[in-house]
Design a protein around this ligand. Structure first.
Ligand code: 8YV
Length: 323
């Protein structure tokens, strides 16, 4: 096949693995919307040529772009979250949506523990202390023990389960909150998030983003977590009322936070950056060579499967309805 006869794919923005862009370009006839000097004019002129879209969980896909692609049949998204994708608009058009769950559980759970350890033991802060030469004059402040503490997991899906597995090695007691008890899960279920926060030393967020979980962690939950409690967020910034979190951290109403996700990425509020009881990472929970490669493979496989069989390999639940 020449490039002209390959399926036309619209890549919405830069992909987290540059190799994936090259692999897509070798198998499909790809245009990148973000490279266009005037994306709206490009969509108006060329939107009808595209049968596929590639995007990421962070970039998402809005209803107006879906509407500008009248021949769209398939969306392949890099990521497990689909809160930034207009799933309803895709479903209304019968567009298949593929995503990349499962392959990132371990790395996201690893980073959740990394943040827990760092905010409690001051790993990044003590690294800065050593580099500044301060060790010659002073001792670094004492930290807080993680092992043996109570871990509250919010969202007992695949990633929540991977966090719970790791807790065994730290001899932590584990409780969780979910919309309903997770099937086959022997861990203590808390129907009330506030009750879980009150019980827990560490509240780890692994719940999906979107309207249903917006500001789930509010001032009441943070007050329940209390001055010895830590919040760890590897889910979505939208799950936490960020202004309430900043106030709770600044007033030491909670002990600290480890945050990989923020309300308005990549913009992290100055007020958060000024605090010394918080550890910040730039949405890198899945960002390892191994996991990003596995996610890229699924992005490709979803498209290849769609063009070969009419169905993506791993559909977002509820989007695979075939006539
Ligand atoms: C991705 C994520 O790194 O999978 C998700 O939902 O948030 C992250 O794993 C990110 O979306 C890539 O753009």
């Amino acid at each position: 096949m020449t490039t002209a006869t390959l399926p036309r794919i619209l890549q919405i923005g830069r992909l987290p693995l540059p190799a994936l862009e090259a692999e897509l370009a070798a198998q499909f006839n790809v245009s990148c919307l973000a490279d266009q000097p005037n994306p709206a004019a490009f969509l108006a002129a060329h939107g009808a040529q595209f049968s596929g879209v590639v995007t990421t969980a962070s970039i998402g896909l809005k209803a107006d772009v879906i509407a500008a692609l009248p021949q769209l049949q398939v969306i392949s998204s890099f990521g497990v979250g689909f809160d930034a994708l207009d799933i309803d608009a895709a479903k209304a058009r019968g567009v298949q949506v593929g995503y990349t769950p499962g392959v990132l559980n371990d790395c996201v759970a690893d980073l959740a523990f990394g943040l827990m350890l760092d905010v409690s033991r001051g790993i990044a802060a003590s690294d800065r202390f050593v580099r500044r030469g301060e060790w010659r004059q002073a001792k670094f402040a004492l930290g807080t023990r993680v092992s043996g503490k109570r871990l509250g997991i919010v969202g007992m899906g695949r990633i929540g389960q991977a966090v719970a597995e790791r807790a065994a090695g730290f001899r932590m007691e584990v409780g969780y909150h979910n919309r309903r008890p997770a099937e086959g899960c022997a861990l203590s279920y808390f129907e009330s998030l506030t009750a879980l926060a009150q019980w827990a030393d560490y509240l780890v967020l692994t719940v999906a983003g979107g309207a249903g979980t917006r500001h789930l962690v509010n001032d009441d939950v943070l007050s329940a977590l209390g001055p010895n409690g830590y919040l760890i967020n590897v889910a979505r910034g939208s799950v936490v009322d960020e202004a309430a979190l900043i106030a709770a951290l600044a007033e030491r109403r909670i002990a600290g936070a480890g945050l990989d996700v923020f309300a308005d990425e990549p913009n992290v509020p100055d007020a958060l950056m000024a605090l010394d009881n918080v550890v910040l990472t730039p949405h890198t929970a899945s960002a390892t060579h191994e996991t990003r490669r596995a996610m890229a493979d699924l992005v490709l496989e979803n498209l290849q499967a769609f063009y070969a069989t009419g169905a993506v390999r791993v559909p977002v639940p509820g989007t695979a309805a075939l006539p």
